[in-house]
Design a protein around this ligand. Structure first.
Ligand code: IDP
Length: 140
């Protein structure tokens, strides 16, 4: 199995409820290593560009408002099959459909305020990591 990197964002609903440590424990308990991490306030331009793929979706404006409503914690996670592993521990987008024990089942407030983002492919992970981090900020 290949060691991969993926981009994770702990979203404003979770930072507001002081859940960063509990969510990080789920990553670490599942073999994902946090090799870069920073707390940031996204601008509307940054959040809009990050979610540009959803620009035509009806929830896009609300999603940008939500993602800029408070600080986020942006992370690079590293581990075997990190992209798929992180999607597994995050759970389904809609917390009502997320498997028990996943981050979203435990912590998400709604389909929008669902506590975490995780890249959905290795290619998107590389682009998303580059969007937020210089290579020198990632320390395996
Ligand atoms: P993902 O985060 O599980 O990969 P995506 O479909 O890529 O899900 O959607 C990106 C984000 O947009 C979701 O995590 C969620 O915050 C928001 N979102 C997705 N679908 C809806 C919806 O139907 N209503 C409101 N927000 C949504």
């Amino acid at each position: 199995m290949a060691v991969e990197r993926t981009l994770s964002i702990i979203k404003p609903d979770a930072t507001r409820r002081n859940l960063t440590g509990k969510i990080n424990a789920v990553f670490e308990d599942n073999g994902l290593r946090i090799v870069a991490q920073k707390r940031a306030q996204l601008s509307p331009a940054q959040a809009g560009a990050f979610y540009a793929v959803h620009m035509e979706r009806p929830f896009y404006g609300d999603l940008v408002s939500f993602m800029t409503s408070g600080p986020v914690v942006i992370q690079v996670l590293e581990g075997e099959n990190a992209v798929a592993k992180n999607r597994e521990v995050m759970g389904a987008t809609d917390p009502k459909k997320a498997d028990a024990g996943t981050i979203r089942a435990q912590f998400a407030e709604s389909i929008e305020a669902n506590s975490v983002h995780g890249s959905d492919s290795a290619e998107n992970a590389a682009n998303e990591i580059r969007f937020f981090f210089a290579e020198t900020e990632i320390l395996p």
